[in-house]
Design a protein. Structure first.
Length: 441
């Protein structure tokens, strides 16, 4: 199957939502909706997809579209930065995502304006930080207050909405020459060491310091695996043993929360459910995210316990019957964050790590399932094949609220990115722009 052609069809759907502005172009989150900018739902993530389309096809039109949208994104970021506007430091939803995308666009276009925009966004992350303990941290409105009804402010510490994600972007910025030293990443890490919770099984981190509601998540997005990943990645740059020791301890804690399945094992979504009964499979709270920590630690330590755990964890995922069987932790969501596209990219990552053809074949199975669930847009005689989209539920708790999203972490752009990645791997090539919170960045 030609997965590249299916990705191009996906781009035609995304194109159908494109809107023009005085600054350039952007896309609406859903057809008929409003434009948004962030990496999670908005134009920043779609720009990544178009850069990958250019890498994959060498069609200059995709690069031109990315640059056109980049001009609008740059104007947005510069306006917000000049006003010192508050935008969250969540890695996918706020300033860090803009740092990443604008810098990647600068490299692809050789236009230094985008790099300057990335630096402006980076400075806002630091300006919004606070001196806390022996390092720095961020105090922000309590995440998910629209769901819990709990309002106020807290120190946020996880990878998805908190300090660990900001630290990863500091590390990325240092590697890309946007920062002269990893000092800010180290200050972030030093504070994270202070807020770690010691248990008999190892260190753990919650989503916030002083959690206002019970939610102990051991996995990647809102739990200890994501924080430990940042600490391990930082160790690669500054070789401070306390960072690696904490990451190893965090991994031990995650491993201790493994629950046997019919084959292999999985890690529970949250520990408040006893006995464990809810196991996400995607990046946010499943093997596709948490496994990144074990991959990274294996590359750093060569300890065989990590590949042993990784292979068993992936076997646990397969034992659910995914992708054909939709378990409680794999609902109608094909995206990068919670669903099939993220799982497929993870399988390709394991294929690159271990060379086992079984992982490549599983990625193909995932891709074929995704394609089978696609919905062709209305076709007209003069413009047949108007693109492919997917109806998905962003939140597991709202399975009947289906939307055709365009974004990267939720929506068509992220699905198309996986299809391009699979096509490139089959060709022995590479087109994927590796995210800062992913091994190999």
């Amino acid at each position: 199957m030609n997965y590249q052609q299916h990705a191009i069809a996906t781009a035609r759907f995304v194109d159908s939502t494109k809107t023009q502005s005085s600054g350039g172009a952007t896309w609406t989150r859903i057809p008929g909706g409003k434009p948004t900018h962030n990496l999670y739902h908005g134009s920043a993530g779609i720009i990544l997809f178009y850069l990958e389309l250019f890498r994959s096809t060498e069609d200059e039109g995709y690069l031109e579209t990315a640059i056109e949208a980049g001009s609008e994104l740059l104007a947005y970021v510069q306006e917000k930065a000049s006003r010192k506007a508050f935008i969250t430091i969540g890695i996918y939803s706020g300033w860090p995502g803009y740092v990443f995308v604008l810098n990647e666009l600068a490299k692809a276009s050789a236009d230094k304006r985008y790099r300057e925009g990335a630096i402006a966004a980076l400075e806002r992350i630091t300006t919004q930080s606070s001196a806390l303990g022996s390092g720095i941290g961020w105090i922000e409105p309590i995440p998910f207050s629209d769901i819990t009804g709990i309002t106020g402010e807290r120190e946020v510490i996880d990878l998805s909405v908190g300090a660990a994600g900001a630290g990863i972007i500091y590390l990325y910025a240092y590697r890309e020459g946007l920062l002269e030293s990893p000092e800010l990443a180290c200050k972030t890490a030093d504070r994270l060491l202070e807020v770690a919770q010691k248990t008999d099984d190892g260190l753990r981190w919650l989503m916030m310091a002083d959690m206002p509601f019970p939610f102990t998540a051991p996995n990647f997005a809102h739990g200890g695996a994501g924080v430990a990943y940042f600490l391990a990645d930082l160790y690669k740059e500054c070789a401070r043993s306390e960072y690696l020791d904490a990451a190893v301890s965090g991994a031990n804690y995650v491993m201790s929360r493994s629950t046997p399945q019919s084959q292999g094992h999985l890690v529970c979504h949250n520990e408040e459910q006893q006995p464990p009964s809810l196991f996400y499979l995607g990046v946010c709270h499943g093997p596709a995210g948490t496994g990144r920590l074990m991959q990274l630690l294996y590359s750093l330590t060569s300890d065989e316990k990590y590949p042993t755990w990784l292979k068993s964890n992936f076997l646990g995922l397969q034992s659910t019957g995914a992708p054909l069987v939709r378990s409680k932790g794999l609902w109608q969501n094909m995206g990068q964050c919670c669903g099939d596209a993220g799982i497929g990219d993870y399988a390709l990552s394991l294929y690159a790590t271990f060379g086992d053809e079984g992982y490549l074949q599983f990625a193909r199975t995932v891709a074929d399932y995704i394609i089978s669930q696609g919905e062709s847009q209305k076709e007209e005689e003069e413009a047949p094949g108007d693109g492919v989209s997917w109806s998905g539920a962003e939140h597991r708790s709202r399975p009947d609220f289906l939307e055709k999203q365009t974004g990267y972490m939720q929506g068509a752009a992220g699905i198309g990115s996986f299809l391009l990645n699979l096509h490139a791997v089959e060709q022995g090539k590479s087109c994927k722009i590796i995210m800062p919170d992913t091994p190999g960045n």
